[in-house]
Design a protein around this ligand. Structure first.
Ligand code: F58
Length: 872
């Protein structure tokens, strides 16, 4: 059931090999791969001169007078110049590709969690060494300047970071792929911990502008319309006239995405809402101009902030507006480009793939229908066929509360024409269901896109696209067998799995340069473009000298993190202790509370026996809780309250420390992950679609302590069962409980004295003077059925922690485990995932396959050829 489908990472030399991260078989495998050298011919002297000149021209300052921020912006600006040069070439190539009508992929996502860009661009362009050396000679440390870059928080967590990893892989694989999203004025909030609790502050990431990494393209703005009414005009054929709407200008900002050493620059296009059109509408008398300022603010609020709190009606309206704003702008832009090819619309699916990343961009389906039917004049049937063949959709969650649905009334008022189209899609879909299940009203109501006053976005995405994929084998299996079973029954060929991946260039090469250098010294640099080559490290798993170097690098990374913890939290931690890390969104199903319970129990045992044979441990937890998510916010308070008690208790002689690192984001992750010994991946089995932090930790040599869920299962397959520690209920067991009941947390409360003691401590004032602080947790475990099985898995988790403790004490065994994890992380590179999407969902290979011998003609990129061979 959990077998990986691709032989990727298992090829034997001679019959197949990996090129640019893609498995190549057949004749092409033996051809030398053409790699273009990075534009790195600048000498250190030239760099220094260019740097001084840039600083002078930007700020009219000498080096001595410039601030760190100015020095960073000077460097970034030089790198931008290099990108611009390459981008110009890339744009010419793209124009040529368009002329040659090569297929383009557009990845629509409401989140792109990019992280800082300076380092990655320098690496990709082959400039890093020159810059670092040149700066050092000027008396400037690159590491210090890097800290000056804002980290754009345009995402919540895994979903947004995945989108950013895919952009990186698309460019590395030289695929014609582009991102489409929103340029939020404010990203996800900045988290501060005050009195142990989370406080949210605006994430003002544009405070100093984003000048080095974005290009405003005002001349390519498009109009997006909200509200108003739709009038029908019958004039031979029915025409829909949308009037009295609010018009918003969607202005694109282009962020270049560079490819690794290949002169490729792709584009992430983020749309910003501006009210320019409001002025015009006002001048033309189409709108009420009495309060234009307020009107302008209301329109511009669309791209004001990432996921406004949608607890209130206004929040919901804004969120729906954001979704439509993004897809409408994105699709208008795509069709504008497509029309330049002078092809019939029927060819659109051969030239364009639109990917819907989770349901947030699912309005792409009805918007594409509107553009094709209302604006291009196609018949419904033709438009539907084109839409379905163009769209594909990824599901990222099975949590019922996370499955998006919109109240019909709200939808109708805000998007009247789109509502009509969704209504029609639903009618036709239900008729199809009726033909298949005549008389089965219950089933049809259950599957209807519009039902009980709501519009179900996942159903819309499935019905309106040719592919629905899950993000890990288990997750896809659950989608097929449980959550979307009815849909799988009618469209089995549409369902497929694409296990997530992460870019090894950011998460290993850039984040852990010492480890990356060691890997390169040991096995050569082929792994950078072909991450599967990491498996060549397995032969060194027992090599004492290699083990020692691995351990030394980990120790140094831990020292760096220890310094940060001291600075940020004022807590001294021992870098020889086990760094046990859980960093991710705070959510009940991810079970930070299980981690807390183990720490409470260990603390108690140490109080009872300070000589307990446990290796010293530093527990590090980080993550943001959604603003309106009460119990998650209380979990942060719980962690900090416990930390306060433990870190100040001399009796346990510093054997354990607990640290909550505030404002977890991509940059912080890049420091934390290389320093981790233990990677905590402990969600309730079946609830975590895949997880991606697990892969980043693995790549950096941490050992996973996890449940058999999502990507953990595949990590166990890849790394080997003895190189990961698993525990707890399995997904089938959990699903069985959800279906049939039979779990009573009180049984555990009464049978396990440790559990009883801990639960009592939540409400007896031991952790907080306000006994009500953690009442919600107490109630959720005992009075609300412990729906994430924290108590149920507690004993198994403690036992698994004992195994970790035991294995760590034998350093030879532990280092071996670390090396096996690194060596088998190649399969979890997003290059592999993306190649699968390209070949199996977007069918980029078809261009190559269909060209047969003609592949040599200009316009077919080498990757298309490689993908073409992948499926043979
Ligand atoms: C995550 N989803 C899944 N959602 O939880 C994780 O298992 C998976 O690995 C990852 O997607 C990538 O496939 C996720 O990050 C969100 O951040 C939601 C976005 C919408 C608002 C609520 C959070």
């Amino acid at each position: 059931m959990y077998k990986r489908q691709q032989p990727y990472c298992q090829a034997k030399s001679g019959d197949a090999k990996h090129v640019g991260g893609v498995l190549v078989t057949g004749q092409d495998a033996n051809k030398p791969v053409e790699r273009r050298e990075p534009n790195a011919d600048m000498t250190t002297e030239q760099f220094k001169e260019a740097y001084r000149n840039k600083l002078y021209s930007l700020y009219a300052k000498t080096l001595e007078a410039a601030s760190d921020k100015e020095k960073y912006l000077t460097l970034a600006s030089l790198v931008r110049d290099e990108i611009s040069r390459t981008w110009l070439q890339a744009k010419k190539l793209r124009a040529q590709q368009q002329e040659n009508q090569e297929k383009q992929v557009y990845y629509f996502s409401i989140e792109f969690l990019l992280g800082r860009m300076l380092d990655i661009h320098m690496i990709n362009l082959g400039l890093k060494d020159t810059c670092e050396r040149g700066l050092r000679e000027l008396g400037i440390e690159l590491a210090q300047l890097r800290e000056e870059e804002e980290d754009p928080g345009l995402g919540n967590g895994g979903l947004g970071r995945l989108a950013a990893c895919y952009l990186d892989s698309m460019a590395a694989l030289e695929l014609n792929g582009h991102g489409c999203g929103i340029r939020y004025r404010y990203g996800l909030f900045e988290q501060q911990i005050i009195g142990g609790a989370q406080y949210e502050f605006p994430d003002d990431w544009l405070k100093y502008g984003y000048y080095p990494w974005e290009y405003r393209a005002a001349d390519e703005a498009v109009e997006v319309r909200f509200g108003g009414a739709v009038r029908l005009q019958a004039n031979g054929r029915i025409v829909y006239i949308h009037e009295n709407y609010e018009a918003v200008s969607a202005v694109p900002y282009d962020i270049p995405i560079t490819g690794y050493h290949n002169n490729t620059v792709n584009t992430l296009r983020l749309w910003s809402a501006e009210a320019e059109l409001a002025k015009q509408a006002c001048a033309a008398g189409q709108t009420d101009c009495r309060n234009t300022l307020q009107y302008k603010q209301s329109l511009e609020s669309i791209s004001h902030v990432l996921y406004p709190d949608d607890t209130y009606h206004e929040g919901k309206v804004l969120r729906l507006k954001q979704q439509y704003f993004m897809v409408s702008a994105g699709l208008q832009n795509i069709l504008r480009d497509f029309r330049k090819m002078n092809l019939p619309y029927a060819n659109l699916p051969d030239k364009v793939a639109v990917h819907i990343n989770d349901t947030h961009p699912a309005l792409a389906v009805p918007e594409m229908m509107r553009l094709l039917v209302d604006e291009a004049g196609l018949s419904w049937e033709d438009a539907w066929d084109i839409t379905v063949r163009t769209m594909s959709y990824t599901n990222h969650t099975i949590l019922p509360e996370a499955m998006e649905k919109w109240p019909e009334d709200l939808f109708r008022t805000l998007l009247p024409r789109i509502y009509m189209i969704v209504h029609e899609i639903n009618e036709r879909f239900c008729r199809e269901l009726w033909d298949k299940y005549p008389g089965n009203w219950e089933k049809i109501r259950h599957m209807a896109i519009i039902a009980d006053g709501y519009i179900h976005m996942a159903y819309l995405a499935i019905a309106g696209s040719h592919s629905t994929n899950g993000v890990a084998v288990l997750h896809t299996d659950i989608l097929k067998k449980e959550v979307l079973h009815d849909f799988w029954e009618i469209y089995p060929q549409r369902f497929n799995n694409k296990t997530n991946g992460v870019t090894h260039r950011r998460w290993l090469l850039a984040a852990n340069p010492k480890l990356a250098s060691l890997v390169t010294e040991t096995i050569g640099e082929a792994w950078l473009e072909d991450p599967c080559r990491l498996q060549d490290l397995t032969q060194y798993a027992d090599d004492a000298a290699f083990q020692k170097e691995i351990a030394e690098i980990k120790r140094r990374n831990k020292q760096v993190l220890a310094r940060i913890i001291q600075q940020k939290n004022g807590i001294a931690v021992d870098s020889d202790s086990i760094f046990d890390v859980q960093v991710k969104r705070i959510h009940a199903y991810k079970r930070q509370s299980l981690n807390v319970f183990h720490i409470m129990d260990l603390y108690q045992r140490l109080l009872e026996d300070p000589d307990l044979p446990v290796w010293p441990r530093t527990f590090i937890i980080g993550g943001k809780a959604a603003m309106g998510y009460y119990i998650a916010k209380r979990t942060i308070k719980l962690i900090n309250s416990l930390a306060e008690v433990i870190n100040n208790d001399k009796r346990i002689r510093d054997k354990i420390k607990l640290v909550f690192l505030a404002n977890y984001n991509v940059s912080l992750a890049e420091t934390i992950i290389p320093a981790a010994d233990v990677s905590e991946q402990i969600p309730t089995a079946s609830r975590e679609a895949c997880g991606t932090a697990n892969m980043k930790f693995m790549m950096n040599g941490a050992v996973t302590l996890g449940t058999l869920d999502g990507g953990n299962i595949e990590i166990r397959e890849a790394a080997g069962h003895s190189n990961i520690v698993t525990f707890g209920l399995t997904a089938p067991e959990v699903l069985q409980y959800y279906r049939q009941g039979g779990y009573n947390p009180w049984d555990i409360y009464h049978s396990d004295p440790r559990v009883k003691r801990m639960l009592e401590k939540l409400v007896d004032g031991s952790l907080s003077s306000d006994r009500e602080d953690f009442r919600a947790h107490y109630d959720s475990f005992l009075h609300h059925g412990d729906q994430y099985f924290v108590l149920k898995d507690f004993a198994a988790y403690v036992a698994a922690q004992e195994i970790i403790n035991g294995k760590y004490q034998d350093q030879k065994v532990w280092r071996r485990m670390c090396i096996h994890n690194i060596a088998h992380a190649g399969w979890f590179s997003s290059d592999r995932t993306f190649a699968e999407y390209a070949a199996e969902i977007w069918r980029l290979n078809e261009a190559a396959i269909s060209c047969q011998d003609g592949c040599e003609q200009p316009g077919f990129s080498p990757i298309a050829k490689r993908l073409g061979t992948m499926l043979q």
